[in-house]
Ligand binder design. Sequence first.
Ligand SMILES: NC(=O)c1ccc[n+]([C@@H]2O[C@H](COP(=O)([O-])OP(=O)(O)OC[C@H]3O[C@@H](n4cnc5c(N)ncnc54)[C@H](OP(=O)(O)O)[C@@H]3O)[C@@H](O)[C@H]2O)c1
Length: 300
Amino acid sequence: MISIIGSGRVGASIGFLCVANALDDVLLINRSRDKAIGESLDIANAIPASSKFSIHGTDDYAELSGSDIVVIAASTVSYTKSRTENKNPQVDMIKEIAKKIKQYCPSAIILMVSNPPDVLTYFFQKESGFSRFKVIGIASSLDSSRFRYFVSEKLSVPQSSINNALVLGEHGDSMVPIFSNVTVEGKSLSSMINDVEKKYITFDIRNYWKTLRNYKSRSQFGIAKNVYDVINTIINTRELFLTASVVLEGEYGENDVAMGVPVKINQNGVSEIHTIVLDESESSMLKESSKKIRDDINSV
Ligand SMILES: NC(=O)c1ccc[n+]([C@@H]2O[C@H](COP(=O)([O-])OP(=O)(O)OC[C@H]3O[C@@H](n4cnc5c(N)ncnc54)[C@H](OP(=O)(O)O)[C@@H]3O)[C@@H](O)[C@H]2O)c1
């Protein structure tokens, strides 16, 4: 069973994708019960006639029992200036949710979507004591999708010709797009754009959410598809390479912090953390990014 805590825009969109693609039974849990029930009734009409699975909404955490995967997309309040501005109430909420998950489905794999995901991934893992490979923050893969989008727009090439457009570090203003690794139709991106163009692309990725908010409210579909891909990988015992936030124990020279790094996912969660070669400026930006997350963790 796939359980999704928080039936707002993002949680409901993830539920819709799981149900419409007949992945497994889906449970929506929400602070206000009516929203969970309403969204589940609406999404239930997207169950394919050939599907054996269903969807159900509740505010009762005891119904988490039997969950294989729990997605956390709950949010106490919305942020306006920075993803970390509500970190204290979000951390309090995550600690409470961690206790419930530990009680009702201690073997589940956790996909952390709520902001700030690096800080919350860290606190969930510490509070629950779950293996760090089973608590996965999903956000850097969304930033990587945005990186690929901007390179594609800049060079007027299809996204399918772009490889290894990865964003590491914080899901926030210090995130680090790794230009040195990207290839476009097999050629190095670094030979196609200059440093000023790289700075503009970096700025655009970091500020994508603000641009989005000028046109609609918050992001919804991109993150939902990124989370769905991870759930699909776990349920259907596949493998997926992406960037995701994991508590680090020495990888990239970091300890006791969670941040976006390249990982392989399989049915058990994170199966490998990949080490990729970074140039000097990327390494120093990643160091600054980990420091920013650590400062946020320490200030909670
Ligand atoms: N990782 C990423 O890349 C990424 C991308 C987009 C969004 N996000 C984050 O994802 C989260 C959800 O975004 P959204 O746009 O879906 O927000 P939203 O529409 O405001 O929905 C949040 C939902 O969480 C529920 N909730 C609050 N506290 C809860 C609790 N303790 N237990 C269960 N449910 C609870 C709220 O219930 P009520 O109905 O009672 O208010 C509400 O339905 C936010 O933190 C957002 O910043 C992350």
